[in-house]
Design a protein around this ligand. Structure first.
Ligand code: ZN
Length: 266
């Protein structure tokens, strides 16, 4: 379970999420390298925060996709209600840490961030490959929203997830110089994964909002795949020509659940 809080203080909208359990489950399923764990964790956290801070009726399905030329090749995070799932094409992709941090940008490389809300698709070029900045750039380019986005995963010595989470701070058009400066000050040198090492999502919300910020919504997100026989069968049928057997064992990309697909009757 990962708890998320949405609220506002003056003209700043604040969304925060603690996602350690979600990222731990993603790592367990996909057996990701430390750097790939950080990448997938950041993308899942960012997608959930996007859903949390969505204006108006939330899309039924939100997909965040990184298509890039680095060793990880392709990363996907999806949100359906409060359920999340994701995968990376090459979970073994790894890199040496840089400046004491996992070097996510170097396994991502150059490419695009594609965001799909139901049938509506937007694409922006990656500005850093570190995920947080790329999501903020997407907000600005595609939705004309000024945000600061921080997503972070701290991975331990044995590859385990020590802490994970993120925030979205959205500066509304009526925000004053004072409000903007206050936000900028809080962001200086701030690491969300370090913060969540010994503090919770409420502390994170209070760090940005102070005592008087109001929580408008509380949501529990979880990694919980929604695959079905039909969904997996559809993918198998797309490769029909290459399959000689009547029955094949196909695995869901997101949760590794196995399905026996009977092609004989099709
Ligand atoms: Zn699945």
């Amino acid at each position: 379970m990962g708890k998320a809080l949405l609220g506002r203080k003056g003209n700043i909208i604040i969304g925060t999420l603690e996602s350690k359990d979600i990222v731990t489950e993603a790592r367990r399923i996909h057996n990701t390298s430390p750097t790939a764990t950080a990448l997938l964790g950041r993308l899942l956290t960012g997608a959930a925060l996007y859903s949390l801070t969505y204006r108006g009726t939330r899309p039924k399905l939100i997909t965040f996709e990184l298509l890039s030329d680095g060793p990880v090749k392709h990363a996907v995070a999806q949100v359906k209600g409060n359920r999340l799932r994701g995968y990376v094409k090459n979970p073994e992709a790894d890199a040496d840490p840089r400046g004491g941090k996992l070097d996510v940008a170097s396994i991502v490389g150059k490419g695009i961030l594609r965001v799909i809300r139901d049938n509506y698709v937007s694409e922006v070029p990656l500005v850093s490959g570190e995920v947080g900045e790329d999501i903020a750039y997407f907000f600005y380019q595609s939705e004309q929203r000024r945000t600061a986005v921080g997503v972070g995963v701290l991975v331990g010595e044995y590859g385990e997830v020590v802490s994970a989470g993120g925030f979205i701070l959205e500066v509304l058009p009526d925000a004053t110089e004072k409000e903007i400066t206050e936000v900028e000050e809080k962001l200086k040198g701030f690491s969300v994964s370090r913060f969540l090492q010994d503090k919770g999502v409420e502390d994170l919300f209070r760090y940005f909002g102070g005592e008087d910020a109001e929580v408008a919504e509380e949501t529990d997100y979880r990694y919980d795949c929604w695959c079905t026989y039909e969904e997996v069968e559809k993918l198998v049928l797309m490769m029909r020509e290459e399959i000689k057997e009547d029955k094949v064992v196909a695995r869901c990309t997101f949760c590794k659940k196995e399905y026996i697909i009977d092609l004989g009757k099709k």
